[in-house]
Ligand binder design. Structure first.
Ligand code: SF4
Ligand code: SF4
Length: 239
C-alpha cells in the first residue's frame, strides 16, 4: 500500500460507501469509533467543520472531517538524518495509513459516507484543513502542534456525519505568541532552510529527503510537552 504524491487516493477499502449515507452518529457509535481508533494506534481524534471560505479557497465540496492522530516514534525521529531514516519514516507512515482505511470501513458499515483525504495530495493544504478543527496551531517550523504532542502525524477523512463534536473555539492561540518569541528551530536548522520571512523553503529543507527532524527535536513543545510549556508561559505572563 503506497500513498504517492500527485496520484489519486489509493483505494484500499473493503466496504463501499452507502448509496444513501446517514448524517447523524449516535453517542455509542462515536464511542466505538474512538475506541477503534485507539486500538489501531491513534493517540487522539479531532473533528473539523469546514467553513464556506475554506471550501471556496481550496475548491472542496465536503464539510465534515474526522482527523485521526498518531504519534510518530521518538526513536525514529531522534536518529541522524539519512536516506535510510527517510525510508523508515515513510514506512511507518504507510503502516499507520493502512489502519485509517479500516476506520473508514467501520463508518461505511454503520451507514455513513467516509473517504480518506490523501495525506500527500497537494490539492488541499492539510495543515490549513486541520486548523479548521480549532484543535491545533501551526508553528514557525511549519509543523502542526496538537495537544498530544508535536510528533503527531494525522490522516483526515471526510464524511457525511453532520453532528460530530466540533470545537467552536481554539484555546491554543497563546501558542503563536510563545512561538513568535522563541526562534530556536530557525537558529538550529542545519540547512538554513528558513527564508528572511521565516518561511520554510521546501527545496532546501531535508525533512522528506533525509528525514531531518532537527526543528522538531529542539522545539520546547517536543522536549517538554504542551502542558509543561503552557504552565511555563502562564508563569512568565504573571511576572
Ligand atoms: S522551536 Fe520555538 S520557534 Fe520553533 S516552532 Fe518550536 S516554539 Fe516555535
Ligand atoms: S526539517 Fe531540518 S532542514 Fe527542514 S526546516 Fe527543520 S531543521 Fe531545517
Amino acid at each position: 500500500m503506497r500513498f504517492q504524491y500527485h496520484k489519486p487516493v489509493p483505494d484500499f477499502y473493503k466496504v463501499d460507501n452507502p448509496k444513501e449515507p446517514l448524517t447523524n452518529i449516535s453517542d455509542s457509535q462515536l464511542e466505538k469509533l474512538n475506541s477503534l481508533a485507539i486500538e489501531y494506534g491513534c493517540c487522539g481524534v479531532s473533528y473539523a467543520k469546514l467553513s464556506d471560505e475554506f471550501k471556496r479557497e481550496w475548491d472542496v465540496d465536503y464539510d465534515n472531517v474526522v482527523i485521526f492522530k498518531f504519534l510518530m516514534a521518538d526513536d525514529f525521529l531522534e536518529c541522524e538524518p539519512s536516506r535510510q531514516k527517510a525510508v523508515a519514516l515513510d514506512r511507518e507512515f504507510q503502516e499507520i495509513g493502512e489502519n485509517v482505511f479500516k476506520l473508514a470501513d467501520y463508518l461505511r458499515n454503520e451507514g455513513f459516507m467516509a473517504c480518506l483525504i490523501n495525506p500527500l495530495d497537494d490539492k488541499v493544504s492539510l495543515r490549513a484543513l486541520v486548523m479548521q478543527s480549532n484543535d491545533c496551531e501551526i508553528l514557525r517550523s511549519n509543523m502542526c502542534l496538537f495537544k498530544e504532542g508535536l510528533n503527531v502525524s494525522f490522516f483526515p477523512i471526510f464524511t457525511s456525519i453532520e453532528n460530530l463534536p466540533f470545537k467552536q473555539e481554539n484555546d491554543m492561540q497563546w501558542v503563536s505568541k510563545y512561538c513568535g518569541s522563541c526562534g530556536k528551530c530557525i537558529r538550529r536548522c542545519p540547512n538554513k532552510a528558513f527564508d528572511d520571512d521565516e518561511r520554510v523553503l521546501g527545496k532546501v529543507c531535508t525533512a522528506h529527503s533525509e528525514g531531518c527532524s532537527d526543528c522538531l527535536l529542539v522545539c520546547p513543545f517536543y522536549k517538554k510537552g504542551y502542558d509543561e510549556v503552557k504552565k511555563e508561559y502562564e508563569r512568565r505572563m504573571k511576572v
